[in-house]
Design a protein around this ligand. Structure first.
Ligand SMILES: [Zn+2]
Ligand SMILES: [Zn+2]
Length: 345
């Protein structure tokens, strides 16, 4: 089968590799249909690592996928051959303290698709996953919307972690990439009074506007603190950082009202932020970190069933043969790219 491997920094090759086989009774063989290119894949492509997670070449990345069930192990009941499935890329052990505490996403023995040192990613024709990671979808879904369930779960979970009744609340979002837009789309279903979005790229601001942001600003040209004080003098209830930029964190703490919340969704490239503790303490702002998602796949599927236009973020489709080109485009923010998808069949 065709498999894409990272062979070095900014080098992707297509190789022929053996098809995986079912080993356990709860295994599912999935023929991959579509894979979304994620910011984390791009970090592995351009830097060979994210923080302490370092790629040993050659390695296959990719974790946002949809596919068709080809074959199932003897104990599988959730899905059947022919089903279109969204795949949760996270395999938890089910027995550690975290799993037993209802936190499979911080499982001590977690293995994640396309995560270095864990399991090979889904940029390939077939993968085998345990049935609990497979979610059969209704005919409302196509392969693209199915592959977008994974990034949508991050947005869904981030909003849930804020533990806020968003009706009549004011919200800020830094970064209108796929995750920022996912957060925006989920928030839109919860009737906040206003969503202010800060994003340096014009075409992404336009997309955020189209998807319902109340106002969009270029944080390079317009000071987020100034513009928020002018338009929302009491400041914002909750701010989501989906950029991972130090500058965004500096601005974010200045536009959150006393008692408000900062939700950290973006990943800082250096693995560190400095935070103005004076503002944070005086205003008693809480910070919440987001680790991928927990128990949000079904909710994300339901949101799409109910009309959430997740496919609006897709700007480009590629065949597997030109995956290198797709990664170059996403890493360079070329051609108005927001979400790029690789289609296997
Ligand atoms: Zn991702
Ligand atoms: Zn566990």
């Amino acid at each position: 089968m065709k498999t894409l491997v990272l062979t070095g920094i900014r080098e992707i090759e297509m190789i022929d590799s053996p098809e995986p086989i079912l080993k356990n009774p709860d295994d599912v063989l999935i023929r991959i249909k579509t894979v979304g290119v994620c910011g984390s894949d791009i970090h592995y492509f351009t830097e060979g690592k994210i923080g302490s997670q370092v790629v040993k070449f050659p390695f296959t990345v990719g974790h946002e996928c949809s596919g068709i069930v080809e074959k199932t192990g003897s104990a599988v009941t959730r899905v059947k051959p022919g089903d279109l499935v969204a795949v949760d890329p996270s395999i938890h052990c089910g027995t550690c303290d975290q799993c037993l505490a209802g936190r499979p996403h911080t499982c001590r023995n977690n293995r994640f698709l396309g995560c270095p040192g864990q399991i090979d990613g889904c940029l390939t024709e077939y993968i085998v996953m345990p049935e609990f990671t497979c979610f059969a979808l209704s005919p409302k879904f196509d392969a693209t919307t199915a592959a977008l369930i994974e990034p949508l779960t991050i947005g869904t979970y981030s909003v849930e972690l804020a533990q806020t009744d968003f009706r009549n609340k004011t919200v800020g979002i830094f970064g209108a990439g796929p995750i920022g837009l996912s957060v925006l789309m989920v928030l839109k279903t919860m009737d906040p009074a206003k969503i202010l979005c800060f994003e340096p790229l014009e075409y992404r601001r336009k997309k955020a506007s189209d998807l319902g942001a109340s106002s969009v600003f270029n944080p390079i040209e317009t000071s987020p603190a100034k513009v928020t004080q002018e338009t929302e003098p009491l400041l914002l209830d909750v701010v989501f950082d989906c950029s991972g930029e130090q500058q965004a964190i500096d601005e974010a703490v200045r536009i959150i009202k006393p008692g408000g919340k900062l939700i950290l969704v973006g990943i800082p490239p250096e693995g560190k932020y400095t935070i103005n503790m004076d503002i944070l303490r005086r205003n008693e702002i809480s910070i919440h970190n987001v680790r991928r998602q927990n128990h949000c796949v079904e909710r994300a599927i339901l949101l799409v069933e109910n009309g959430l236009p997740i496919d609006q973020m897709v700007t480009h489709h590629f065949s597997p043969e030109v995956t290198q080109q797709a990664f170059e485009m996403v890493s360079g923010y070329q051609d108005g790219v927001i979400k790029a998808m690789i289609n296997f069949s």
